[in-house]
Ligand binder design. Structure first.
Ligand code: PLP
Length: 506
């Protein structure tokens, strides 16, 4: 074998590779040994930096310096060690935003999680008799009081609730569902798929736009295990439509001796009149479904209810009991954090003072009531407060936020900014598969490109790079930050992010 004579370039590269810093030598620097960053992250950051130098050398782009700046290494190590889950500011105007973690918890729910999760609790322990108890007892009474149902049980989410109900009540049997309700909820929850997985056989009746009681009746057989209604959640069929009312289905099921169930999706515990007072169109509540005579109703804990992720089933005691005893329950049971937060959220609903009906009546009769509180549902649950916030109040908040932004930008700024900020009307949505077609009038800040080299997308990217990241919406070449979903504590960081984007420091 003959060796190729190396060129001058090749020997320069070999010489440069010998000059690459050594990992342990860099890590031994006082600036790094003293840094408040995990050692593994520092080591990985140093390795990555050295590897970048090596790649540059191998490409023939020999760096002028092989010195690694300690601050640079520390910054990279900090980024590597940072948590993946981060707090973000929801300025999308979508109140129940699944991608952003759905419902923010109430102060009471947070306090209970902190209190119970840091120690031991009576999760499955009967304090009175000093022996094993059931975790299912802690919220059942609250749920029956709030919904009028005989009994209730909680699982990890509503998808699990539907899965459990189908498995326990209809495995190996037929479940009749309207073709207009064979929906797919975000994140690949498809009614026909869940049905198959549970061992139940789907029997479709009616058409996409029209299903009548007689359609269900004709499909009944000795094999029917359940009559199921599903809230369409994320779409609406409009025009020439007909569906079977819950009460009608309940009557049909009772006559045939077949249980009836409604997958309600977003579990509303407020009165329909309260929603109306907020300017939200009527949405069937859980209580109304139970009153209609349905045997089981399932819904999420973290949609309109405003609590933690959970699936709640309420209804006939014998059916709930069957669910509680089903082997799947062991895999779907909620943990203590969920139960702590859910119990606190439900207590907010049960213990609140003066429901809205009273305050709406008094504001109609007298002028003593403060405007803007008409739709206040008197409940310290963020989702309810956000839905109830009147447009006039949001406009005031937007004006105040703009004043803060202008204040900070005043002074010897960088001259004409590439981004202009204004107050703007916008529209919020409920989200979370509730009321897909309705919007709430809202107000926010609009960040408008004011130079050719800046686009709305650039502004959006800069806001998402802020700490905490701000998530807005691009509407007509502007970034709109809807204040309805910005929590009180998030207003200050939101203003700071806007200021740094406008002043070009982001
Ligand atoms: C959201 C929804 C589900 C899924 O509920 P999760 O709590 O997200 O599991 C199921 N059915 C309907 C109708 C829904 O709207």
């Amino acid at each position: 074998m003959s060796h190729q004579p190396s060129t001058a370039a090749e020997s320069a590269i070999r010489a440069a590779l010998r000059r690459l810093p050594k990992v342990d030598a860099v890590l031994a620097r006082p600036a790094l040994t003293a840094a408040d960053v995990p050692r593994w992250a520092l080591r990985q950051a140093v390795r990555e930096r050295i590897d970048e130098l090596r790649q540059a050398v191998l490409r023939g782009a020999i760096p002028a310096s092989f010195d690694l700046a300690s601050e640079d290494v520390c910054a990279r190590a900090r980024a590597l060690a940072a948590p993946s889950l981060r707090r973000v500011i929801n300025a999308t105007g979508v109140v129940v935003h699944t991608n952003l973690g759905r419902a923010p918890l109430s102060p009471a729910a947070l306090a209970r999680v902190v209190e119970l999760a840091g120690g031991y609790c009576n999760l499955e322990y009967e304090l009175g008799v000093g022996r094993r108890g059931s975790r299912h007892g802690h919220v059942a009474a609250l749920l029956t009081a709030l919904t009028g149902a005989d009994d209730a049980v909680v699982v990890n989410n509503n998808a699990a609730a539907v899965m459990l109900a189908l498995s326990a009540l209809a495995s190996g049997r037929e479940v009749i569902v309207s073709r207009g309700e064979l929906v797919e909820i975000g994140g690949s929850f498809r009614v026909p798929d869940v049905m198959r997985l549970s061992g139940a056989t789907l029997v479709e009746v009616g058409t996409t736009n029209k299903t009548r009681a007689s359609d269900y009746e004709r499909a009944l057989s000795p094999d029917t295990g359940l009559l199921l209604k599903v809230h369409p959640s994320n779409f609406a069929i409009v025009g020439f439509t007909e569906e079977v009312a819950p009460a009608e289905l309940a009557t049909l099921g009772a006559r045939a001796g077949v249980p009836t169930m409604m997958d309600l999706g977003s579990g509303l515990l407020l009165a329909e009149a309260e929603l109306q007072a907020m300017g939200v169109p009527p949405e069937p509540g859980v209580r109304a479904m139970i009153a209609a005579g349905l045997d089981l109703v399932s819904f999420s804990g973290d949609k309109l209810l405003g609590g933690p992720q959970a699936g709640i089933l309420c209804g006939r005691a014998d059916l709930i009991d069957k669910l509680r005893r089903h082997p799947l329950m062991r895999a779907l049971r909620p943990d203590k954090l969920t139960l702590a937060a859910l119990e606190a959220t439900l207590r907010e609903y049960r213990d609140r003072a003066g429901p809205v009906a009273t305050s709406a009546a008094s504001s109609a009769g007298t002028s003593a009531a403060t405007p803007d509180t008409d739709s206040n549902p008197n409940i310290d649950v963020p989702v309810a407060a956000m839905l109830a916030a009147p447009a006039a109040e949001l406009e005031r908040r937007a004006e105040a936020a703009l004043a803060l932004v202008r204040d900070r930008l005043a002074g010897p700024g960088p001259g004409r900014a590439a981004v202009a900020v204004t107050v703007s009307a916008c529209t919020s949505t409920v989200g979370g598969g509730a009321l897909p077609t309705s919007t709430l009038p809202s107000w926010g800040l609009a960040l408008v490109p004011a130079a050719v080299e800046v686009g709305a997308v650039d502004i959006d990217v800069a806001l998402r790079r802020a700490d905490p990241p701000v998530i807005g919406r691009i509407v007509a070449e502007r970034v709109v930050l809807d204040l309805r979903t910005v929590l009180p504590d998030d207003l200050e960081p939101l203003v700071a992010a806007v200021v740094s984007v406008v002043s070009g420091t982001a």
